[in-house]
Design a protein around this ligand. Sequence first.
Ligand code: ADP
Ligand code: CA
Ligand code: CA
Length: 300
Amino acid sequence: MSDEKTILSIQSFVTHGYVGNKAATFPLQLHGFDVDGINTVSLSNHSGYPIIRGHRMDLQEYETIMEGIRANNFLPSYRYILTGYINNADIVRKIRDTVDEVRKLREKEGKKLTFICDPVMGDDGIMYCKEEVLQAYRELLTFADFATPNYYEASLLSGIDVTDMKTALQAADWFHKQGTKGVVIKSFRTKEDPQKLQFLFSTVAAGGNAPQRFTGVVPYHEGRYTGTGDVFAALLLAFSHQQPMEVAVGKVMAALQELILATRKEGGDGASSLMSRELRVTRAVQSLLNPTTVVEVKPM
Ligand code: ADP
Ligand code: CA
Ligand code: CA
């Protein structure tokens, strides 16, 4: 049973485009994972477009779905819990109980659960969640094995403005202090080298030693892409299933570069429409599975 490829993935759903569970499920399935999705919202498209229609889950609906999953005894089957866009403080708080419940059920069977929390709250200075959600995430991160904030979310959560490696390290320490074992600050652009994106992976060994840090760079491609973080968290799960996290981080960075290039090649460059910048996940199968680009991940 060492190769249980099963995930409870709590994220958004959109009809058009690739964010949330729409962005995460296909890459994970390519890697052979069974993805049980809870769709925290079912919307026509992501929130960058001028018009959005659809439905947002409330706590009662979340609990109703959980009730069904529990009653059918699916809960102990989940090797991973992955969370993304939720934007509901009650549900974010409730995830702690879900993680607790699955962890206890699996412990009885001598099995492990890994909880990967992508604290989706905003990007590039724009917060698209409610203030109360931020506080709920601070509490939830206490129980996360891994967190994958973007630099803006790392700043919001830690209160440290992430603008360079020094501040990224301080923000990573905030996560560890909170209880998160591993944190990837997925990218930050410095004044010194705006053509590159730096990243930081910081991890604390079980013994509570000083954190181990890893870093690297990828080229910056002009423009804003949506869903990159959702594909990132999904692939981090997939690649780390059988490899050390620092190796996985390099592969994920490489896959994302190739995915963005594939999107640009089909017309989705920085200046193009939102629709053209939807990530072409279906056109980048080889990149998602086994990128040929090499991104060096250096210990610090
Ligand atoms: P989020 O999508 O959650 O805001 P990031 O912006 O850090 O998170 O993007 C996740 C990953 O996608 C980064 O680690 C990087 O590899 C890649 N990426 C995103 N945007 C770009 C870009 N404009 N140029 C190059 N790589 C990018
Ligand atoms: Ca971003
Ligand atoms: Ca994100």
